[in-house]
Design a protein around this ligand. Sequence first.
Ligand code: ADP
Ligand code: ZN
Length: 520
Amino acid sequence: MPKDPVQVLRSVFGYERFRGQQRAVIDHLTAGGDALVLMPTGGGKSLCYQIPALIRPGTGVVVSPLIALMQDQVETLLQLGVRAAFLNSTLPYDTQRQVEQSFLDGQLDLLYVAPERLLTDRVQALIGRAEVSLFAIDEAHCVSQWGHDFRADYWQLSLLHERFPGIPRIGLTATADERTRNEIVERLGLQDAKVFCSGFDRPNIRYRISPKQDARRQLVHFLRSEHPGDAGIVYCLSRKKVESTAEWLRAEGFSALPYHAGLSTDERQKNQRRFLMEEGVIVVATIAFGMGIDKPNVRFVAHLDLPKSLEAYYQETGRAGRDGLPANAWMVYGLQDVITLRQMVEASEADELHKRVERYKLDSMLGFCELTGCRRQALLRYFGEISDKPCGNCDNCLNPPDTWDGTDAARKALSCVYRTGQRFGAHHIIDVLRGKSNERIQRLGHDRLSTFGIGQELDEKQWLSVFRQIIAQGYLTVDWEAHGALRLTEDCRPVLRGEVSLSLRKDSYKEAASAGRRHI
Ligand code: ADP
Ligand code: ZN
């Protein structure tokens, strides 16, 4: 085996040059250092440990949580002539024995192991007797309770370092928010590891987010004007909405197919195949669609519902423009989205810590939607990557949102929430502000409040925008238990006292064909 990484890259993998930080990681690991690699999916993480494992003496032991992925990787490596094998629960006993023997005999370059297997006495003893070149911990975020894929077995992986302190380790993940990163470092004992974080930017994707008016019309307008005949993905939250949206798009003349976990395997496969093979197919899907979809010419990803987190948004929009050509990440959202997601979080079986995490993620997502600055910078910042210039390829860069002094409006809104007893949702508060006298308002006596009718200068849409923004900025919270009742937070005091001024964005409704229905 050649000792030069570039030669290995060319002769074994057939690639011309390294991407991004691959070379730096490989050199660091080959020299015996520990590393933590944060790179998006598709960024090329595998080579970061595969090449050092080929150059260093001994076998590289790779911990990977997904059996299917493990088998794929090993098959690919075998085809390239790399001596690779895996140990997991799917193997017959005899094969297992053979793999163990080749490991001990130094006949393997790479050995993939499921975490629960790695921690067995049997495998630990093997590692003690064989020559190991490095430990690679793939999907390292599984160690984090902060993340989505927490796996108890990953917690024990710190044992590797304690038992085999001389063997270099590399943790790899596509999840790079700061909390997860800190947790990985702490749990895996990677305090001295060099961190390589890069490649999250997808410069050809144009990020655009608009307030939801009449979502379907907005979508059809977007598709007709910008993506006639293009392939793309439309994400919705529920199966029902997937079905009805696909139907609607077909009626509008698009070639649209549904995809969600409730369909039969046959139908899912059929729709997926058509998306991959035919031109200009639109898949309307829940998040069940996308894992492992590698279609290079997806020209747009549209969200009709808000994703649960910025990680999810990044992953889902990242399926657009893999070929590097211009692509759109388009989304419409409204306050109702946030309320629905909040309700899902609260109603879930998760423990309190998890719920807190989910709430935080949702708040970050909402803040991202209401941003007036560069979306790409904000997205990258969330993943710990600093970019010093606005991107010039997101809606806010291309059409800087007009802002206005919303101090007075915010104060009125907050006072009205307070006067009505912090028990009502945005629509009711807006009716009071605008001085609408209906039966409900009279019954509640809200027409006699000092805040009744003090907000005539803005229409309903404008008020909704004010509410979304002051929620995103943390002055109000939405109480899911009380059907979206708004409550004041501590932070709103300075606003009520007139000590801070608020700059709010003016919503642009250019893409909305009609403002028929009432959306928040
Ligand atoms: P990740 O694990 O980060 O999701 P992979 O390691 O699976 O990404 O790599 C994604 C794809 O990019 C693979 O098809 C891989 O072969 C390819 N790839 C990785 N590095 C290079 C490179 N330097 N040049 C060309 N292709 C590369
Ligand atoms: Zn930008």
